[in-house]
Write a protein that binds this ligand. Structure first.
Ligand code: SF4
Ligand code: F3S
Length: 239
């Protein structure tokens, strides 16, 4: 029986060599369970070792291999070629982040937004003098928002980010919410300052692109709404 194959179209741009980007096309053997990341490895091993892309854990935990795959931001290690149900798989870099080479983008704009909301536990005593206790009920409030892997898929998919590079974006707002609802955190007002500003949570137009692409099934829109409620209560002096 003939070996199954599919066509992989890969975005290419080498700033040292190219003046404009182009796509290279490769024929790749298809086996059950093959992921887009494994298909890229095949290209490197069999066709072109100069192809550049990021990856690390291969288990949808590190967030390094987020790419634009057949019209949507996805993790290459989590996306099985067969699940795309297409004869051709087209892979490009995450849109709207500065391009470095091929599938590699500059993540600094995304990290800078995360840094603005101080994405770590802020407490009064440092170093801690005792463990920080939390009841199961308090911990439950974090369940839906702790899983972010900093992949930037949501940030790159948000149309508000496309038009306004200063907008904090969905991931940073989720991170702010994650600490705002953490009973152990005392960062409150300081952390909410950048979120309750012109480029913060009021900029979100509830487009839901972020929710659609998140590989960890985080509901960014719900978190942003939660943050809005908390911010309004704080403004009104209710909290
Ligand atoms: Fe990635 Fe989801 Fe985190 Fe956004 S919220 S950076 S899509 S894991
Ligand atoms: Fe952008 Fe998500 Fe809001 S896509 S506009 S952050 S709902």
């Amino acid at each position: 029986m003939a070996e199954k194959q599919f066509t992989l179209k890969v975005f290419r741009f080498d700033p040292d060599r190219d003046t404009t980007p182009h796509y290279d096309t490769f024929t790749v053997p298809l086996r059950e369970g093959l992921t887009v990341l494994e298909a890229l490895f095949y290209v490197v091993e069999e066709h072109d070792p100069s192809l550049s892309f990021r990856y690390s854990c291969r288990g949808a935990v590190c967030g390094s291999c987020a790419m634009y795959i057949n019209g949507s931001n996805r993790l290459a290690c989590q996306t099985q070629v067969a699940s795309l149900k297409a004869a051709t798989v087209e892979v490009g870099p995450l849109p709207f982040l500065p391009l470095i080479k091929d599938l590699v983008v500059e993540m600094a704009p995304f990290y800078e937004k995360m840094a603005q909301v101080r994405p770590y536990l802020i407490t009064g005593d440092s170093p801690p003098q005792r463990e920080y206790r939390q009841s199961p009920k308090e911990r439950k409030l974090l369940d839906s928002v702790t899983d972010c892997i900093w992949c930037a898929a949501c940030y790159s998919a948000c149309p508000v980010v496309w038009g306004d590079r200063e907008y904090l974006g969905p991931a940073a707002l989720v991170k702010a919410y994650r600490f705002a609802v953490d009973s152990r955190d005392q960062g409150g007002g300081e952390r909410l300052k950048p979120t309750d500003a012109e480029e913060g949570l009021w900029r979100c137009h509830t487009v839901f692109n972020c929710v659609e692409v998140c590989p960890r099934e985080i509901n960014q829109t719900e978190a942003i709404e939660g943050l809005r409620r908390r911010t309004l209560k704080r403004r009104l002096g209710w909290k």
